[in-house]
Design a protein around this ligand. Structure first.
Ligand code: XLS
Ligand code: NI
Ligand code: NI
Length: 445
């Protein structure tokens, strides 16, 4: 991948980020992410498939409910919206190629100016997309996924596909239709649906059953349209339990899997699991990954983390290597990504106002996942899980236990067996602390 500089350099003084190893004092270098290093059968880069998120990295300006913007971008001053979008695209590709991630992701309105009329909206987006396509071709950077923002505009205050007003649903469908055209044009590997306001705030004014049926129908139409125009990527649903809705329909992995199967969408749709959404729903990040993996529906990951002290979607950059190790154990166990990747759906803190902070944030996130990948592969290679996890279930591998798994024994048969055994069953340790210690040994040994 060649590093890209547009009409103007937006991150002057910062060159391509390279791997310098753990002893380096250079804050603008990778300490652990060494893209060409082989881990198991693949390179780190091929395992991790990192993506930069347009909205957090080139739009988010540090506003919170209590305060104004703190972060400025060089394109802020440009008053012509399309010219501004072009500058931003240059800045984005400069950043992405200097950082060296193979992928990026965007919402329609992150990249192009929004508009009330569908015609103008579409024209704006297609104009910007032509430029993005040229930049992709020039740099080799690929689109991991795009999506439609169907939650910021006031028309979506009661939802998009689940809005009680059919006209709003149709307007949302127009955005998705254009979004799928764009995904196909740019060769996106996936197309994402995050149900921003697909949920409700009050049951007394909500017909939940009808709204969910509308959502399923909407997604079915999107799938059919996408396939009809030759979109070959994976459709992804991104679960989240709340925020901004009080209660969102795509609550967590388990809920979404049940929904997809019930409505017959599980052949085309998989899940995009976000760490901070999993924790918001009361699960570990690794738990939601494992639930999706067990269903064969682990598609992609939005990499970030929450804060242990509160329950919000704080979207911090991942730094916790225990978490990334657990996540990579699940991912490697599931055979790795097919069309998915690790998208940094993460933002700098409001007071990280230097352009270099954007680099530090991503470098830290990439290093944290590189460490997690290395540790997970070591744990797998040493057979530690095989010994301690698989052996716990050995009683089902032969004899009556196997008969049970094979459906060859009924309840009365189990009763007779238990009765004839007579003696008390010896305790078998789960060895939790031993396994916790093994993780530390692999990480720091
Ligand atoms: C918000 C979501 C959003 C999706 C894309 O919480 O994470 O950023 O990833 O719409
Ligand atoms: Ni996300
Ligand atoms: Ni999120």
């Amino acid at each position: 991948m060649s590093s890209f500089i547009g009409k103007k350099e937006y991150f002057p003084g910062i060159g391509p980020i390279s791997y310098e190893g753990p002893q380096s004092d250079n804050p603008l270098a990778f300490k652990f992410y060494n893209p060409s290093e082989k881990i198991g059968k693949k390179t780190m880069a091929d395992h991790l498939r990192f993506a930069v998120a347009y909205w957090h990295s080139f739009n988010a300006n540090g506003t919170d409910p209590f305060g104004a913007a703190t972060i400025q971008y060089p394109w802020d001053g440009e008053k012509n919206p399309l010219a501004q979008a072009e500058m931003k695209a240059d800045g984005a590709f400069e950043f992405i190629t200097k950082l060296g991630t193979p992928f990026y992701c965007f919402h329609d309105v992150d990249a192009a100016p929004d508009a009330e009329s569908v015609a103008e909206y579409e024209k704006n987006l297609q104009t910007v997309v032509a430029g993005l396509k040229a930049r992709q071709a020039a740099t080799g950077v690929k689109l991991l996924w795009n999506t439609a923002n169907m939650f910021s505009h006031p028309r979506y205050m009661n939802g998009a596909a689940t809005n009680p007003d059919f006209r709003v649903l149709a307007r949302a469908a127009a955005q998705v239709k254009v979004g799928l055209d764009v995904a196909t044009e740019l060769g996106a590997q996936n197309y994402v649906f995050w149900g921003g306001r697909e949920g409700y705030t009050m049951l007394m004014n909500t017909n939940m059953k009808r709204e969910q049926e509308h959502l399923a129908k909407f997604l079915t139409l999107a799938r059919d349209y996408g396939r009809s125009i030759g979109f070959k990527g994976t459709f992804l649903i991104e679960p989240k339990p709340m925020e901004p809705s009080k209660h969102q329909y795509d609550f967590d992995s388990a809920t979404v899997i049940g929904f997809l199967r019930y409505f017959g969408l599980d052949k085309d749709f998989k899940l995009n699991i976000e760490a901070n959404h999993a924790t918001l729903s009361g699960h570990e990040f690794a738990h939601d990954l494992q639930v999706a993996a067990d269903a064969g529906l682990l598609g992609s990951i939005d990499a970030n983390r929450g804060d242990d002290r509160n329950g919000w979607d704080t979207d911090q950059f991942p730094t916790d290597v225990y978490q990334t190790t657990q996540a990579m154990l699940v991912l490697l166990g599931a055979g790795g990504f097919a069309t998915g990747g690790l998208n940094f759906d993460a933002k700098r803190r409001r007071n990280s106002t230097d352009p270099a902070d954007l680099f530090y944030a991503h470098i830290g996130g990439m290093d944290s996942f590189a460490l997690g990948l290395r540790a997970a592969q070591k744990i797998i290679d040493r057979g530690l899980l095989k010994t301690y996890r698989d052996d716990r279930y050995a009683s089902f591998d032969t004899g009556k236990g196997k008969d049970f798994e094979d459906g060859k024994i009924n309840l009365k048969g189990l009763y007779d067996l238990a009765k004839s055994e007579g003696a008390s069953i010896p305790a078998t340790s789960g060895k939790q602390e031993l396994l916790e210690n093994l993780v530390n040994q692999v990480l720091f040994g």
